[in-house]
Design a protein around this ligand. Structure first.
Ligand code: FMN
Length: 262
């Protein structure tokens, strides 16, 4: 019985968690200013009503209440996380998309920031990379061979942020060197990093490992990888792909809790 109650609470909590993400998206998309969210209090009342009516003869004991609280906390967190979306992106000539005026990685970063109400930060070297693809390739090859760490045009204080999304294109099966400058310049203790990249065939290019090695003390979560051409020509696919990526972890966590009840 106890296990059944926990399962019901878990399923309801996860359902409300997903609905809150959806409500959040439609509001942001409509350009509504106020931050409206299905709060954990609302979730609590829905869940409590359900369990109370389902379980009239058997009062919910304190231990069970604590377990229910723990499940809710693990799915929702106690408060909204503060999110930074730091990205590197270049405009100009790129394979697969021709000459673009809005960078591929920036398009993904902007959608993540919209969904999470995060703050965007552009990782930018002090100098600009050539718009011409072949010239840019030459510069990138030189920098990669030299393991260069170009100075950044701007820095950001990551202290207030809980989650940091880091986005980068794939350059020569690697990240552009300024992304390393950014990652190696600070301590990520207590921060969660969610990497994402855009590419034209290389896929993930082991960015999770590369970021974990460069970002001191960060907890690196599974990454999202998007083909550059999708961002330019099929960007309607992005919101749901990003939402699925973001909620995947919550699904995994709820499955782990269900498994622990068996
Ligand atoms: C210098 C350079 C090197 C690149 N190397 C690769 C590569 O090794 N593998 C790959 O899949 N794409 C590569 N690309 C393509 C980019 O990863 C892709 O176009 C990406 O979406 C660009 O993102 P951005 O517009 O945000 O800069 C390279 C592009 C440039 C400019």
């Amino acid at each position: 019985m106890r296990s059944l109650i926990l399962r019901i609470v878990l399923i309801l909590s996860f359902f409300c968690f997903y609905c809150s993400a959806t409500a959040e998206d439609s509001l942001s998309a409509a350009g509504s200013a106020p931050a409206v969210n299905v709060s954990s209090e609302e979730v609590s009342s829905v869940s409590s009503d359900k369990t109370a009516s389902d379980n009239k003869e058997e009062p919910v004991d304190d231990e069970l209440k604590r377990e229910i609280q723990a499940i809710r906390k693990s799915l929702h967190g106690t408060e909204r996380k503060k999110v930074l979306v730091a990205y590197f992106s270049r405009t100009g000539e790129n394979p697969g998309v021709g000459t673009i005026s809005v960078g591929n990685t920036f398009i993904v970063a902007k959608e993540i920031a919209r969904q999470t109400r995060g703050t965007l930060f552009e990782i930018r070297a002090e100098y600009e990379y050539p718009a011409d693809y072949k010239q840019c390739l030459k510069v990138a090859e030189k920098e990669k061979a030299a393991k260069a760490r170009p100075k950044l045009a701007e820095t950001v204080d990551i202290t207030p942020y809980d989650e940091i999304y880091i986005g980068s294109p794939v350059w020569l099966e690697d990240m552009p060197m300024p992304v390393y400058t950014f990652l190696e310049s600070m301590d990520f203790s207590g921060k969660v990093i969610r990497p994402f990249n855009t590419h034209e065939g290389s896929g993930e290019a082991m960015f999770e490992d590369k970021i974990a090695a460069a970002a001191k003390n960060a907890e690196v979560k599974p990454m999202l990888s998007v083909r550059g051409a999708i961002t330019q020509y099929e960007s309607v696919k992005l919101p749901s792909a990003i939402k699925t990526w973001r909620t995947k972890e919550a699904i995994k966590r709820s499955q782990e809790i269900i498994d622990s009840l068996n």
